[in-house]
Ligand binder design. Sequence first.
Ligand code: AMP
Length: 211
Amino acid sequence: MNLVILGMPGAGKGTQSAFISKFFDIPHISTGDMLRHAIQEKTKVGLEAESYINAGHFVPDDVILAIMAERLAEDDCKKGFLLDGFPRNLVQAEELDLMLKKHNLKIDHAINLSLEQSEVVKRLTSRRVCKKCASVYNVELLGSDICPKCGGEIIIRDDDKEEVIISRLKVYTEQTEPLVKYFSDKNILFEVDASVPIDDVWNEIKKMLEK
Ligand code: AMP
């Protein structure tokens, strides 16, 4: 099963992707996680991506397409995969289709987590992450700056700062939202209300994918 998960930043793509990946035993491929890892490791891709990410802009398509072509060629993708944060615009979506076609593959379903913009801003400004293990928390529920899972330092992602969030949402509306129509036109789009509790969102997705 080859899947894509769409939704505004903060809609819960990372959380739901972890459930999907575990339940269906397919790799969760997040371009955002790959880029953050590259930044931490100071690789060539990381050094190139950092300024774009911190400004709330997209990393150039050629950089993203190169890392994705490499990732999708890895063995674990043979049993299926879940793409989170990619494709992010129409160019990437079309290039992905071409990449998959070469291997006689296609995207089977695209899941769109829909959420009001006001709720997105509220979620992102209260999001905190562990610098060490990347666990995600809500600042109002956490009450400490130490990760309860690994003891790592809890930080605000640079791109979750308010001025960057505004830029990310603008870029999302202009570039990523058209993908909803792109996948809907292929009759593979599944809309999910992401404003309900996490478990309810997951049950909805699971029910659809098990069909
Ligand atoms: P995410 O964790 O998916 O919200 O991604 C964090 C940031 O990484 C985004 O705001 C972009 O700057 C960059 N990024 C992630 N995926 C892509 C992509 N497919 N194309 C361009 N930039 C991306």
